[in-house]
Design a protein around this ligand. Structure first.
Ligand code: ZN
Length: 251
């Protein structure tokens, strides 16, 4: 198995976006991550990054989706579109076997339309939460395969249903020959959230707390290496820049 981190750029946000109630008006940078896993003779992509309208345009989300750049400002180059990140690995969208959306927020499902024609998988609760609405997660040619509870798209990769940030949010445990990797995605945005126990933006507080507790138990039981959803310090320590990077390889 090979696991690549892909760079979808970053967002500049008011701290209150990720720490509700914070009134410091400080701004923080959040990297936007996608993952490509090659295993079982298949290529599976996890998340699709921000909408293409955001590429090279800090007002792109404002124009396309009325997202206020003083609150959430995209910082994304054309090379950080999901199709361009795949191209940097020599891949076309049609080389993918499956796309998994951890959830439908704009920085996780915004590039879905660029991959229309590839099968998508999403939790039933996430799909039901947007029922009848149009948005960046959907486009002609996108067919969602509905998954429920925990499931495994690739041998050694376990998707963990961790609702609370959104109704159908998923985290991911990747087993390797040595230490497993636990990708919390947005159940835990940053190391500061993990350390302090503060919640990020959530749709359901009790569910979010239960999901974090579940991740703590798994992290302890597995002695897992934690990768948070949007931690800029961690992004740097993984050596991430603008290019995709192979970070896990198992025989
Ligand atoms: Zn996010």
């Amino acid at each position: 198995m090979k696991l690549y981190l892909l760079s979808g750029g970053s967002v500049d946000v008011d701290r209150a976006v990720i720490f509700p109630g914070d009134d410091s008006h400080r701004h923080v940078t959040l990297p936007v991550m996608q993952i490509l896993i090659e295993g079982d003779g298949k290529r599976t992509l996890f998340d699709t990054g921000m909408p293409p309208e955001a590429a090279g345009d800090t007002d792109g989300l404002k124009r396309a989706y009325d997202i206020d750049p003083n609150w959430i400002k995209p910082l994304m180059s054309a090379e950080q579109r999901i199709d361009r990140q795949l191209a940097a690995l020599g891949l076309k969208p049609s080389d993918l076997d499956l796309v998994v959306n951890t959830h439908f927020h704009f920085d996780h499902a915004g590039g879905n339309a660029l991959l229309a024609g590839v099968p998508f998988a999403v939790q039933r609760a996430e799909l039901e939460s947007v029922q009848g609405e149009a948005g960046w997660w959907d486009a002609p040619g996108i067919e969602f395969q509905v998954v429920e509870d925990d499931w495994s798209p690739v041998t050694g990769v376990e998707m963990l249903r961790t609702p609370g940030h959104t109704p159908g949010h998923q985290s991911m445990l990747v087993r390797t020959a040595d230490q497993p990797w636990l990708f919390t995605w947005d159940a835990v945005y940053t190391e500061e959230h993990w350390r302090t126990g503060k919640l990020g933006a959530v749709s359901d507080v009790p569910a979010a707390r239960a999901s974090i507790e579940r991740l703590r138990q798994i992290a302890a039981a597995e002695d897992a290496r934690l990768i948070f959803g949007h931690d800029v310090g961690q992004w740097g320590s993984l050596g991430m820049g603008d290019e995709p990077r192979l970070i896990v390889e198992t025989p």
